[in-house]
Design a binder for this molecule. Structure first.
Ligand SMILES: CSc1ccc(CNCCO)cc1
Length: 431
């Protein structure tokens, strides 16, 4: 021991004791490290890659070389080893502290009209996979189930709680919901393990359907819904239940989820983080009014076509991933369809229709100072019946609904952040 102070020696000793076994020492033993006794008594050891999560510490590597050749370890090297270890463990701690995140696809249920988008989830033990419609316009997580009469199930996957060891009936609880489009469902309630996009929620309320309306039976590619509205809207009684997002929120890195829906293609729902690669420019945030439980925000106005003749008029509406079309005030629709040759508000077809070969302007809506344009192709929504030359518009009137709805036709023109901090807000960005 040359000029090393006592502390350095003690530090060196405690570091030495804390040191993991030197790389390269291989415990005789089981698994991949068992030595294979070749002929003539030769022994072979297979190198095993160090398990993940190992932080390289260069100072420690140098330190070991000093020890190996019995060279006195300079004090500043001892400090460097301790310093690098401290940084590495802080990085580990930070990784542990940062919350969970998840990401899952939003797949159109049909090839042509983006009627709705479904996302794969698993429920129960062993996991049962269902494709569910993530709906920011409601707050019930309900599924087609083994409790339904078979004639109401037409190809949908069902959840069978009796086949899940982690399912638990919520005694005496029921639910019943009616959506804006008149569809409905009702049933009992279980809690079970729910997972989506790498996120797992234990004891999630899973509402099992006993009855669904004909429109759900006909939606053969939708096995149920996951409400992403505020939990105040949940219909379970006598005690209402939390949405999966509200249950997951505390463990998420950020209390947000984002919707990146796409025109005739699979998009994504992300949970707990905002993916910078999914949008361009900046996100424009505006406040949300969480009462009564929808993602209600105020658009700053609209323009027919590009944003040249923008009309700055507040439009209060909800961002609703579970609704296909956009529903706006009559004045806005009159201004739009006035520009469409042959457009009429048809009682027989239940909304604005026009000849499919009519030229359509795009539609621009404002979020704060930002402008978002819905391409004409999104508004030429679908023939009123298969093969018809008359098309149904992607913009329809909200006069019968009592609320304006920015459904998928608008949402797929943007990257949308549903930010559930306090107070909640919604962010819109171009993509
Ligand atoms: C029949 S397929 C279907 C999908 C989603 C929903 C929930 N949101 C709709 C707006 O009321 C209802 C029905």
């Amino acid at each position: 021991v040359t000029n090393l102070g006592l502390t350095a020696v003690l530090t060196a000793l405690c570091l030495a004791s804390a040191l993991p076994p030197k790389i390269g020492t291989t415990r005789m033993g089981h698994g991949e490290n068992r030595p294979s006794l070749g002929r003539g008594g030769r022994v072979t050891f297979k190198q095993a890659r160090h398990p993940t999560g190992h932080h390289f510490n260069g100072a420690r590597s140098v330190y070991r070389t000093y020890l190996k050749y019995a060279v006195p370890v300079p004090e500043d090297l001892v400090r460097a080893v301790a310093h690098t270890d401290a940084l590495n463990s802080a990085a580990e701690e930070d990784k542990r502290r940062r919350g969970a995140t998840g990401s899952a696809p939003a797949v159109p249920i049909d090839e042509r009209f983006d009627i709705a988008y479904v996302t794969p989830v698993t429920i129960g033990t062993p996991p049962q996979t269902l494709m569910l419609d993530f709906d920011t316009g409601s707050s019930d997580l309900w599924v087609f189930s083994s409790h339904m009469p078979p004639f109401q199930v037409r190809g949908q996957e069902i959840y069978t709680p009796d086949e899940s060891s982690t399912a638990r009936l919520l005694e005496g609880h029921t639910w019943s919901i009616m959506y804006g489009d008149g569809s409905a469902s009702r049933g009992n309630v279980y809690v079970d393990t729910f997972a989506v996009g790498g996120l797992t929620v234990l004891n999630q309320a899973v509402q099992t359907a006993q009855q669904v309306s004909a429109s759900f039976t006909s939606a053969t590619n939708i096995d149920g819904l996951v409400g992403l509205g505020f939990s105040t809207l949940n219909t379970v009684r006598p005690e209402s239940q939390l949405t999966f997002f509200d249950n997951a929120k505390a463990s998420l890195d950020n209390p947000v989820f984002t919707a990146d829906l796409k025109y005739m293609a699979a998009g994504t729902y992300d949970f707990g983080f905002i993916d910078r690669a999914k949008y361009t420019g900046e996100i424009t945030y505006v406040p949300i009014d969480p009462d009564p439980g929808y993602w209600i925000f105020t658009s700053s106005g609209y323009a027919v076509g590009a944003s040249s003749n923008f009309s700055a008029t507040p439009i209060i509406g909800i961002a609703d991933t579970g609704t296909s079309l956009v529903y706006l005030p009559t004045a806005v629709l009159t201004a739009y369809y006035r520009q469409v040759q042959g457009a009429t508000n048809s009682r027989s077809y239940g909304g604005y229709v026009f000849p499919c070969d009519s030229a359509l302007p795009s539609f621009t809506f404002g979020v704060g100072e930002e402008r978002f344009t819905i391409p004409a192709s999104y508004i030429r929504y679908a023939p009123v019946t298969e093969g018809s030359a008359t098309c149904f518009g992607g913009l329809q009137s909200s006069s019968e609904l009592g609320i304006n709805i920015w459904g998928d036709v608008a949402l797929k023109a943007a990257f949308v952040v549903f930010d559930s901090r306090s107070p909640p807000r919604i962010g819109w960005a171009k993509k």
